[in-house]
Design a protein around this ligand. Structure first.
Ligand SMILES: [Zn+2]
Length: 373
């Protein structure tokens, strides 16, 4: 049966999250450990990494993988503040929104060179369709692209450092929190990269040639070691709070969605790609939670909201199925909405979902009966 953290509202079905015997999840536990972190010491450590990178090259000091959202705006601002000369790199999502493009243009205006890397749309379409059929995921091609394109560019351009934003392993409590600057190798990506443990090579058996998948391959381990490119997560050096990065990004020109959140609780996240909401919504079938659970849990941990208030907001906003974005994604891969929903249904996790006379529900869930109607 599904089990929820007693401090936040995340379930133990969330990948890479565990709930301890005290009823507290690894994300809440990890958040508590932030209180005792010597943040000024971490900032000093970051400064040293910056100095090493600058001394190692006459050209770009770092690659910043960016989407154009609030975190990437914050990453760019931090890198510029510390004197780095960055090359910003974007994987251009097929569902990029107009607002996403405007925010990306704004980010470049902050003062960085930028590569907007676009993959052949017909390959993306076939890959998205295949990945969805096999794993019920819209995000495998996206994650392979966003992790590998920046690593390839960094190693081939001889750029010593890659500056990522949030460390998902740290925020959600994996074993990686002690790792500071490191090689972001295949092993890390397979474990934390949300690719269902696959690499580009695994997709060759699925009707693609290696050449068609060129953009999704990372550097070889020899290339990675020869170039000595290291990765850092800014979240390991500066206290990462999405509300704060949003405020900073907005004071530097980032625009939020005027019509409110695309999904979840924040109008300043998930704004650059129309398909991201489909990825988030699928977690409802697969893991029994939605983007709202993630966002509200962050609010609870940062003490801006009580757990009871979060539960009330869940009731008020409900499942938030992104029908418009689902229709757009279905059209992108060449399906009707019904076909999409039929495929999605295959991934309803029957270890937690039970079919009753009135329809599907998840026993032991924190939401009220209204959610199941
Ligand atoms: Zn928790």
């Amino acid at each position: 049966m599904i089990c929820f953290c007693q401090e936040c509202i995340l379930p133990d079905t969330r990948p890479n999250l565990e709930i301890g015997e005290d009823g507290v999840c690894t994300a809440c536990f990890s958040h508590r450990t932030k209180e005792s972190i010597d943040w000024p010491g971490r900032v000093e450590a970051f400064r040293e990494i910056v100095e090493q990178a600058i001394s190692r090259t006459e050209r770009y000091d770092c690659v910043i993988p960016v989407s154009g959202g609030k975190d990437s705006t914050w990453q760019v601002l931090k890198c510029l503040e510390y004197g780095l000369t960055p090359l910003a790199v974007t994987w251009r999502p097929p569902g990029r929104t107009e607002l996403g493009q405007r925010n990306l243009d704004n980010l470049v205006q902050l003062g960085v060179d930028h590569i907007d890397y676009q993959i052949n749309p017909s390959i993306e379409r076939r890959f998205a369709q295949r990945a969805f059929k096999l794993y019920g995921s819209t995000a495998i091609p996206m994650h392979l692209a966003i992790f590998n394109i920046p690593r390839v560019i960094a190693t081939r351009f001889d750029i010593p450092l890659i500056v990522w934003g949030e460390n998902s392993a740290f925020e959600y409590g994996g074993a990686e929190e002690g790792r500071m600057a490191f090689l972001l190798d295949e092993e890390w990506i397979q474990r934390y990269g949300v690719t269902h443990g696959t690499t580009a090579a695994d997709w060759i058996a699925e009707g693609f040639t290696a050449k068609e998948l060129s953009a999704y391959f990372g550097p070889t381990s020899t290339e990675l070691h020869t170039a000595g490119t290291r990765g850092v997560f800014l979240g390991n050096y500066f206290r990462w709070d999405p509300a704060e990065t949003a405020t900073i990004a907005e004071s530097h020109g980032l625009q939020r969605r005027s019509e409110g959140p695309r999904t979840g609780y924040y109008a300043h996240t998930d704004i650059d790609d129309a398909f991201i909401s489909v990825h988030h919504w699928l977690k409802w079938y697969k893991f029994g939670f939605t983007r709202l659970f993630d966002n509200l849990s962050l609010e609870i941990r940062n003490r801006r909201m009580s757990r009871d208030d979060a539960l009330s907001i869940l009731e008020e906003l409900g499942e938030q199925r992104p029908d418009g974005d689902i229709a757009a994604f279905a059209q992108f891969v060449g399906w009707s909405v019904e076909e999409f929903m039929d495929h999605a249904e295959q991934f309803r996790n029957q270890a937690i979902w039970v079919r009753e006379v009135a329809g599907w529900r998840i026993p032991g869930h924190v939401v009220s009966e209204d959610w199941w109607r």
